[in-house]
Ligand binder design. Structure first.
Ligand SMILES: Cc1ncc(COP(=O)(O)O)c(C=O)c1O
Length: 417
């Protein structure tokens, strides 16, 4: 009889059918929740989807027709791993004078850029600093590389760079620090100018990479963007995307990395998918290069999101005055709100979600974004206003108000005889 080498024994548990990377990622709480929020009677403030009505359908149709009529061979052929030259140049030019096309690699969405950067820079056990709370997709990509994630708190001005400086002074040696510098997902916060300068200085002093994940920066409707991190230090790797400014179905993003890193990222990408869809890249090129149409599209998008953010906040004030503590966002797609101290003080946002779904409204509880202990964000909610018209935002706020105004349900006490 042949003895199976993988047979479990008393001291060796059976090997799971999937490998370590998938185990480490775990499942996304957002994905699990979205499944519940997808019921037609539920108004979902939970999704992170851009407004489908804003997609530039006519421009995509025109660009497709023109592309297939004029350059079908390039559109449908294999292409270089780093991406098509014209799109790389355009992305680099948009990023500023100091960037060259050789630093730009076109990726399959910025999520792939996160994954490639993680796999290029991190060996198992390396330290990656993340904000707490953090973008779930970044946590997944970093966890897959078996890095040791070290959460550092963020507030309404982004990463607490002072706490990072303390940790560095105590001996922390990160390989990279991940931030969403503008209109963070989930907090909506923008890393302040002062903190950007301080972070850039720390990166140079301690030799870590700043991974600046920036899909939302173009969605600013109020104020001025602080100096981009990439102009403050060459130790910045910037990630960008067409997903939130054009449409996510194109799956076109990019990474801008200094010459010391870009070729290695390209090697990892080649092993992953050879290159991002040439068809999608050519469409993205046409849509991004037509500056006048793009600017008009972005103006309309920012106006829509500003209007919806205002409408959601007004509806919350109307139906649940004072129940949620939040700061009006200056851009992006999210409102990060904390339950007032005397609002359902017995419950966490996770617990309230079940009631909210019964009442016909969904949100993402803050704990879903926890990079450290979940309880730090257990009274927070991420509310997405981007894809709902005013009437739905009003109804969603009214339903949420019903849940928030309920009398506390005290947890059943376990009695002993
Ligand atoms: C902060 C952040 N980074 C990256 C992504 C990934 O976007 P995409 O892969 O569509 O470019 C998202 C998506 O929601 C995000 O919120």
């Amino acid at each position: 009889m042949v003895k199976s080498t993988s047979a479990p024994t008393a001291d060796r548990p059976p090997r799971p059918p999937i490998g370590g990377g998938a185990h480490r990622i775990g499942s996304s709480a957002i994905r699990d929740l979205l499944a519940l929020a997808a019921q037609p009677e539920v108004i979902s403030l939970a999704g992170g989807l851009p407004d489908a009505a804003s997609f530039p359908v006519a421009a995509v149709a025109d660009a497709t027709a023109e592309l297939l009529a004029t350059d079908p061979a390039s559109a449908l052929q294999y292409g270089p791993t780093e991406g098509i030259e014209e799109l790389r140049s355009l992305v680099a030019a948009h990023a500023g004078a100091t960037r060259t096309a050789t630093e730009a690699i076109i990726t399959t969405g910025s999520q792939q850029a996160l994954d490639l950067v993680a796999r290029t820079l991190l060996d198992p056990g390396d330290v990656a600093v993340v904000t707490d709370p953090a973008y779930v997709g970044a946590l997944q990509a970093l966890r897959a590389s078996a890095a040791r994630l070290v959460p550092i708190a963020s507030d309404e001005h982004g990463l607490r760079v002072d706490l990072l400086a303390d940790a560095l002074a105590s001996g922390l040696r990160p390989r990279l620090v991940h931030v969403v510098s503008s209109f963070d997902n989930p907090t909506g916060a923008t890393l302040s100018g002062d903190r950007r300068v301080a972070l850039a200085e720390l990166a140079e002093e301690h030799g870590f990479w700043i991974v600046d994940d920036d899909p939302y920066g173009a969605l600013r409707w109020h104020g001025v963007e602080p100096e981009p991190l990439r102009s403050l230090t060459d130790r910045t790797i910037s990630l960008g995307s067409t997903s939130k400014v054009l449409c996510p179905g194109l799956r076109v993003g990019w990474v801008l990395a200094p010459a010391a890193v870009a070729p290695s990222i390209a090697v990892v990408k080649q092993a992953t998918d050879l290159h991002t869809s040439t068809f999608a890249q050519h469409l993205a090129l046409r849509l991004l290069a037509d500056r006048a149409t793009l600017d008009a599209h972005l103006d309309a998008l920012r106006a829509t999101y500003r209007q919806r953010a205002t409408a959601l906040i007004a509806a919350l004030d109307r139906h649940a005055p004072g129940a949620l503590v939040h700061r009006p966002p200056s851009g992006g797609m999210f409102l990060w709100a904390r339950l007032g101290d005397d609002v359902r003080s017995e419950a966490t946002a996770d617990q309230l979600l079940a009631e909210a779904l019964d009442t016909g409204v969904a949100f993402v509880p803050g704990s879903a974004f926890a990079a450290g202990p979940a309880r730090r964000h257990e009274r927070h909610l991420r509310l997405s206003f981007a894809s709902l018209p005013d009437a739905d935002l009003d109804l969603a706020a009214r339903r949420l108000a019903t849940v928030l105004s309920r009398r506390p349900r005290h947890r059943a006490r376990h009695r002993t005889a």
